[in-house]
Design a protein around this ligand. Structure first.
Ligand SMILES: *Cc1c(COP(=O)(O)O)cnc(C)c1O
Length: 353
């Protein structure tokens, strides 16, 4: 994979004289997952532009797990909270944009997000000279809007909900030729994100289990692909917030589901399953756990007080799963993905309160 498909959401200007059956054009096809070659190519492409984040043991976290029950476990935390822009997503964004040719860079990218997806794309856009437009609903969190603007992206405020922003982003893509970049169903992003697991396996080759937080599922799908290829005995366990369980419900049901979407953990606040990531999870995932928002806050507190680590809610969800289901990890060497550190002051106060 050397280039990404340009402008997948552009609408043809004119209807071709021999039109294909209408259904063929609208059935949402899952793009094929990346291969291990794609992951290795991504690692080479983004080398030097991402932080090789530390994978650290934290004795106090091990003690907290032992205290929670069973025989305890020994944890290795993959610190993507220390990644550029404070989350793992920049790995995927850089992999995508570094593969663009000159014309694609000029046409640019457009996305709808207020969170880490937006910051990752803005950061990668600046590093590669790619124009980046982020659509947000009106009245976004001003701190997040500022962060994206400071990274050099254009922010377009539109509508009241994320659906409004999504529709507007698709219109911008169709009108300008900019590449609409979703947060899931994007094989190039998954390949880039998979480099985090590749690093972790080099840093800690003897893990028994790897626990990964899920929103759209790119991070967990990436972990599954790398584990299946390089460490077949390594079990991958996904974690979602019980207030936003769409990926969990989709995996359990074996078909794409929508679900309530009310978690405070923004990186996990997704309301539907996605075909690409679900397909990979169906083939490779060992188990899928749910944690409630209070357990996530308790894990944020454990990171702050026991591991000198600032984790946002999504970043603490994997640890929350180990602390609330200690029996499932008893006596194991457990990789725990701390996926992001972009916690607001209010969020940290609530976790400590
Ligand atoms: C986006 C995000 C997640 C969820 O990742 P998916 O690939 O969408 O499943 C988890 N944690 C953080 C910090 C994130 O930004």
């Amino acid at each position: 994979m050397t280039t990404s498909s340009p402008v997948p959401d552009a609408v043809p200007a004119a209807v071709p004289s021999v039109a294909p059956p209408a259904a063929a054009a609208v059935v949402p096809e899952a793009p094929a997952p990346p291969t291990m070659r794609d992951v290795l190519a991504a690692a080479r492409r983004i080398d030097g532009l991402v932080v090789r984040t530390p994978a650290l043991a934290h004795p106090e976290l091990d003690r907290a797990v032992a205290h929670a029950g069973a025989d305890g476990a020994s944890l290795v935390v993959k610190h993507e909270n220390l990644q550029h822009t404070g989350a793992f997503k920049v790995r995927g964004a850089l992999n995508l944009l570094l593969g663009f040719d000159e014309a694609e860079r000029r046409r640019g990218i457009v996305a709808y997000s207020t969170g880490n997806h937006a910051q990752a794309l803005a950061h990668a856009g600046r590093r590669t000279g790619t124009a980046c437009t982020i659509v947000m609903p009106h009245h976004p969190n001003p701190v997040k809007e500022r962060a994206v603007r400071d990274l050099g992206a254009d922010v377009l405020l539109h509508g009241e909900t994320f659906d409004d922003a999504r529709v507007r982003a698709a219109e911008v893509a169709a009108a300008t030729g900019a590449r609409l970049v979703g947060a899931a169903n994007e094989p190039v992003l998954v390949a880039g994100v998979a480099t985090a697991t590749l690093e972790l396996l080099q840093q800690a080759p003897d893990l028994d289990v790897l626990v990964v937080p899920v929103g759209g599922g790119s991070g967990a799908a990436a972990a599954c692909l790398v584990a299946a290829a390089l460490a077949p005995g390594l079990r991958v366990v996904a974690v979602q917030a019980s207030a936003s369980p769409a990926a969990h419900d989709s995996w359990r049901a074996g078909e794409l589901r929508t679900a309530a979407n009310a978690t405070r953990a923004e990186g996990l606040a997704v309301g539907c399953g996605f075909a690409l990531t679900q397909q990979v999870l169906r083939d490779h995932l060992e188990d899928f756990l749910l944690v409630d928002d209070d357990a996530i806050a308790a894990a944020q507190r454990a990171y702050l007080t026991g591991a000198r680590t600032v984790a946002e809610g999504a970043g603490a969800a994997a640890l929350a799963a180990v602390l609330t289901h200690p029996d499932a990890f008893a006596g194991r060497r457990v990789g725990v993905v701390c996926s992001g550190g972009n916690a607001s002051e209010a969020e940290l106060r609530r976790a400590l309160g």
